[in-house]
Design a protein around this ligand. Structure first.
Ligand code: FEO
Ligand code: CA
Ligand code: CA
Length: 704
């Protein structure tokens, strides 16, 4: 594993495989900064902590040791046809356990952890790039050349750093699909020849803005393999950091949303840092505006203590941003436009079936670092949206619409369009909630499976605001108006005692069981010994001290109600380590997994997980996890991505797997002239973030 450019800053004590540059440009360097959540929220924590301290005193220190594994993770899995054993495993789980054969959809040879500058897929599978950064999306796009980038050209080409991905069939047209993607952020050092970090040019900034946003691209397949070719079709569209959005929901038009360019507070230029997303049951895209703080300068000097505290809670304190867009655009300077920042960090909705439609920002879903949003529709048509706030010690939210799902016949484009328009209003009316979790094990101790055999417990949803049909919002939070709850949702969560989680990424309901899965990617400050800074101990829902490898949470939610139960499906990491947990499955027979991020489900109901920042020494990858029966918890790696890349946007259909390969070769030294990765084009070429499709060579079902 090359160490060059990995995040080795001694000040950050962050040891995922992410480079510091990735931290700066993807997340605004959040991991090197103080945690913005300084709220108390101590109620459950203190109760459990007191109990824990009391029992620890009674027992002494020598309880419940489980065998800790060792050996090389890079050698833990073979390329062969059967799962290879890791060198050691926890004794309680390995003893007497057989290895049931993998369920349908997971019958492939595990890909071994590796550090190749390549996409590696199982034996008997093939992969190819569908579309690269810079490839044409809309009519008139010039052929991409690193030396001939323009803002106008970039607005017609596939943007940088694809994250969200989806593949949706076009009704009535065989082998024609919409490929949907977001473009989360830009890395100028790897985009522009001779880029001067201290002095970006105005043109470079405009090109970066155009490389943000989303793409809708028609792709054509065939019947013999998984190949997908992009075409300039009637649905193709680029949405950028400059496309007009309509603000909807109760915060639309509020004084805190008004700017000099938009005195109505209802029209916003662009969307930024669009991370993951989903496709709604009515066919639109939901996309989360995530680490938006990195684009706005000067929050610490905002007018008044209240404003300063609000910006601080959203991580917007830097006097100058790394990107320096504020030098050319007043809207990114909080001193000049104090409300522009309030117009980001929302969930946006785009109708990909109408290229002329105005996309919207839904204020009823709250404002925070949305990883994404994903919908479950109950049997009675109630629409429920789940969303995580991806920062250390942030919260999980849901929104229960007061409007019912409007269905439409699949063969009537006109009725489908009318239903889409109606359903797009559903996320403006209803109740916004935040989650509180509690473990059920009196014997919980950090890094140790409780004696009831599961990390599990109960939870409840706490009301934050009710968004009424008349466009107003009722607050359920003392000292905040309904609109303030929506614009400063993090602060509302603090006040009601929401539970601090370990970076909630995707929160996705299963399409058939309705159970809700959440990726909690990592949080090295959990239980860390950092006097005066982080006093959040390990808890049953976040059981690992200095959590480097993350968890996958499973919730059985009363979707429209206020109660749920939960358990940790996976405690990720070295399968040989005591604290890891694979749904009760024999840990000697699974792939090591680290830093779960995006979630998807295959047609057989298995969960697929892409990772970001593998802390076990391998490149990131894509994993399938069985959720049912004797194989529940079986985890198998399906692919790995090139080094210094993140695996994003997984899509698993009957015969294809798609992933977005984000930030290949991104490290602190990489430039256009000194590229680290040369994926996908090889030789001395520049690394280009791209969408990749994988298929089985016999064109059979993925995973048998
Ligand atoms: Fe953009 Fe939470 O990852
Ligand atoms: Ca328990
Ligand atoms: Ca993510």
């Amino acid at each position: 594993m090359p160490l060059l450019g990995r995040n080795l800053l001694s000040t950050s004590d962050f040891t995922s495989s992410r480079s510091h540059r990735t931290c700066v440009y993807k997340c605004g360097d959040a991991c090197s900064k103080p945690v913005p959540n300084t709220s108390g929220n101590t109620y459950f924590r203190d109760i459990v902590r007191r109990e824990f301290d009391r029992r620890s005193l009674l027992r002494g220190a020598g309880t419940a040791a489980v065998v800790v594994g060792g050996g090389s993770l890079l050698a833990a899995c073979g390329d062969g046809s059967s799962p290879a054993a890791s060198t050691t495993a926890s004794s309680s789980r390995a003893a007497g356990a057989g290895t049931p054969s993998a369920p349908a959809g997971m019958r492939f040879d595990m890909v071994a952890p590796n550090t190749k500058d390549a996409v590696t897929v199982p034996a008997g599978y093939s992969s190819e790039v569908v579309i690269r950064w810079g490839d044409a999306v809309v009519e008139g796009a010039a052929p991409w050349s690193v030396d001939k980038q323009t803002p106008e050209g970039a607005a017609k080409q596939f943007g940088y750093n694809c994250d969200f991905g989806e593949l949706v069939p076009v009704a009535g047209e065989d082998n024609r699909y919409l490929l949907l993607a977001s473009h989360e952020y830009t890395t100028p050092q790897q985009m522009f020849p001779g880029y001067d970090t201290d002095n970006p040019t105005e043109d470079q900034v405009l090109i970066e803005i155009a490389n943000h946003g989303l793409s809708v691209v028609e792709v054509e397949g065939n019947t013999s393999d998984g190949h997908l070719a992009p075409v300039i079709g009637r649905y193709n569209r680029r949405i950028t950091g400059d496309t007009e959005f309509l603000v909807t929901g109760p915060a639309a038009g509020h004084d805190l949303m008004k700017t000099s360019a938009d005195p109505t507070g209802t029209r916003v230029r662009g969307t930024l840092n669009n991370c993951a997303g989903s496709v709604t049951p009515w066919g639109t895209i939901l996309s989360g505006e995530e680490n938006v703080d990195q684009y706005f300068a000067g929050g610490a000097d905002a007018k008044g203590k209240t404003a300063q505290e609000r910006f601080a809670r959203y991580g917007m304190e830097d006097a100058e941003t790394a990107r320096k867009w504020e030098r050319f655009h007043d809207r990114f300077d909080i001193a000049k436009e104090p409300n522009e920042a309030h117009r980001f960090n929302w969930v946006v909705e785009v109708d990909p079936w109408d290229p002329n439609s105005t996309p919207v920002k839904h204020t009823a879903l709250g404002r925070f670092k949305h990883e994404a949003a994903a919908i479950h529709v109950t049997d009675d048509g109630t629409i429920v949206s789940y969303s995580g706030d991806d920062s250390r010690f942030e919260y999980i939210y849901k929104f229960v619409s007061s409007k019912k799902f409007v269905d439409a016949p699949a063969d009537s484009p006109r009725q489908a369009a009318a239903a889409r328009r109606e359903n797009m209003k559903a996320l403006d009316e209803g109740v916004l909630y935040v989650a509180v979790f509690e473990g059920n094990s009196d014997d919980f101790r950090e890094n140790t499976l409780p004696e009831d055999g599961a990390y599990d417990g109960t939870g409840r949803w706490v009301k934050l605001a009710t968004c009424r049909p008349d466009g107003t919002a009722e607050s359920h939070v003392d000292g905040m108006s309904g609109e303030e709850v929506l614009i400063f949702t993090r602060l509302a969560g603090d006040k009601v005692g929401a539970t601090k989680m370990d970076r909630p990424e995707d929160v996705q309901p299963h399409p058939t069981t309705g159970r809700v899965y959440a990726a909690l990617t990592n949080n090295q400050y959990r239980g860390a010994a950092r006097p005066g800074k982080d006093d959040e101990p390990a808890m049953e829902y976040a059981p690992v001290k200095e959590n480097k490898n993350g968890y996958v949470l499973e919730m059985d939610d009363d979707h429209a109600g206020e109660d749920f139960t939960w358990n940790l499906l996976l405690v990720c990491g070295d399968p040989g380590a005591a604290e890891t947990y694979f749904g009760g499955f024999d840990a000697s027979s699974v792939s090591p997994i680290s830093c779960p991020d995006n979630l998807a489900f295959d047609p057989r109901g298995n969960l697929w997980i892409s990772t970001d920042g593998n802390a076990l020494g391998s490149n990131d990858g894509l994993f399938a996890v069985s959720l049912e029966g004797a194989t529940r918890g079986l985890t198998k790696q399906f692919l790995t991505v090139p080094f210094e890349a993140e695996t994003c946007g997984p899509v698993v259909t009957d015969t294809r797997v798609l992933v977005n390969v984000q930030h290949p070769g991104e490290n602190d030294e990489a430039t256009v002239e000194n590229a680290s990765s040369h994926w996908p084009d090889g030789g001395t070429s520049l690394a280009r973030p791209s969408t990749v499709v994988v298929w089985k060579n016999d064109n059979g079902p993925i995973g048998g």
